[in-house]
Each structure stands twice: as structure tokens, then as C-alpha cells.
Design a protein around this ligand. Structure first.
Ligand SMILES: [Zn+2]
Length: 188
């Protein structure tokens, strides 16, 4: 899987994704080889209360022959919900709301599952991003600024130390862009 910025939302993506695909260099996440287009498929994604179908482009690596889906950063790569829906729900949960109080089209069980899953995943992603920041940009995040901070807020603090990139302005989406482009597995 490759995660890329290809427009802010479904509408922009549908209009411009081919242009974005032409303009970005998509390297194989397994071996770093060059890739070529390899068809596409449709997948559904829940965007607040509607279900949208979007084409997902596939590319094939010239070197290792593996195929990879190119996922826009506004959808959650492994789930059929938008990264935005998940982020809003997790944000509310972090603020102390109960799963039953969350306004989401996802069921209470799904919201509970996100909460259980993302508590750990956000911590792992923040850790992976901190080591990436150190390794690639030779920068560290101020320890004091992260005291007692967790979840999305922690992730946001770590991301603020990174150079600006074009993204859909979602914390999880931006984290995924950095993680996926450096072949790190802690994708949210
Ligand atoms: Zn490859």
C-alpha cells in the first residue's frame, strides 16, 4: 500500500486523482523500485452519513513485480471509514465522551473498537514518527512539551516538528503520509 495526498476530499479526488497520479513519483514500498500503473478497483468509503465509491489505482513495481494500491490520505487505509470520521470520534473520546455519546454513522461497537485499537496505535505511531524525525531530520521533540500528553494531541505535537507537507489536514492522514513514505509499518 502507498499513501499519497491526492486532493482534500472525495470530490477533489474524483476530479483530480489522475492528475495527481501523474505528478507524483510512486516508489515501491517494498524495494524502492519504480512503479507503473496496473489497473484500478473500486472501494467504498463511509463519508459521514453517506457511502461513496472511489476508484483506487494500483501500481506494479518494475523491480520486484509486487502490486500496491495507492490510497488517498483522507481515507483510513485498512478501514472503510474516512480518516476524518475516525479522527473526530477518537478526538471526542479523548475529550472524555463515551462511545454512546459520539455522533458518528459508525455503530457504538465500531466506535468502541476504534477506541481500544487507536489508544495503542496512536502511541506507537508517535514513537515511530519521533525516531523518524531523529533519523531523517536530525531533530528531537522537546520532552517537556510532551509531558502528560497522549493520543492525537501527542501525535500532533510530534508532527509539528516535521517540515510542512501537503495533506488533507488530518492528523492521522499526515502521520500516515510520513510513515508510509518511509516504509514504516505503524500506519494508522
Ligand atoms: Zn518493488
Amino acid at each position: 500500500m502507498i499513501i499519497a495526498y491526492m486532493g482534500q476530499n472525495v470530490k477533489a479526488y474524483l476530479t483530480h486523482y489522475l492528475k495527481y497520479l501523474e505528478s507524483i513519483e510512486l516508489r515501491c514500498p517494498c524495494c524502492g523500485g519504480e512503479t507503473i500503473g496496473h489497473g484500478s478497483y473500486e472501494r467504498h468509503v463511509h463519508i459521514s452519513d453517506t457511502i461513496e465509491y472511489i476508484p483506487i489505482q494500483r501500481v506494479k513495481c518494475n523491480d520486484c513485480n509486487k502490486t500496491h494500491a495507492v490510497i488517498p490520505d483522507f481515507i483510513s487505509p485498512r478501514k472503510h471509514y474516512s480518516a476524518c470520521d475516525i479522527e473526530l470520534a477518537v478526538n471526542d473520546l479523548e475529550d472524555g465522551l463515551k462511545p454512546e455519546q459520539i455522533e458518528s454513522e459508525a455503530s457504538i461497537q465500531t466506535v468502541r473498537r476504534w477506541w481500544a485499537e487507536y489508544k495503542d496505535k496512536l502511541k506507537q505511531a508517535a514513537g515511530a514518527l519521533r525516531s523518524l524525525l531523529f533519523r531523517v531530520f536530525d531533530k528531537a521533540v522537546n520532552e517537556l512539551s510532551m509531558m502528560g500528553v497522549k493520543g492525537l494531541t501527542l501525535l500532533e505535537r510530534v508532527l509539528s516538528a516535521f517540515p510542512p507537507i501537503e495533506s488533507s489536514n488530518l492528523i492521522m492522514g499526515e502521520a500516515n503520509l510520513w510513515l508510509a513514505s518511509h516504509w514504516i509499518s505503524e500506519i494508522l
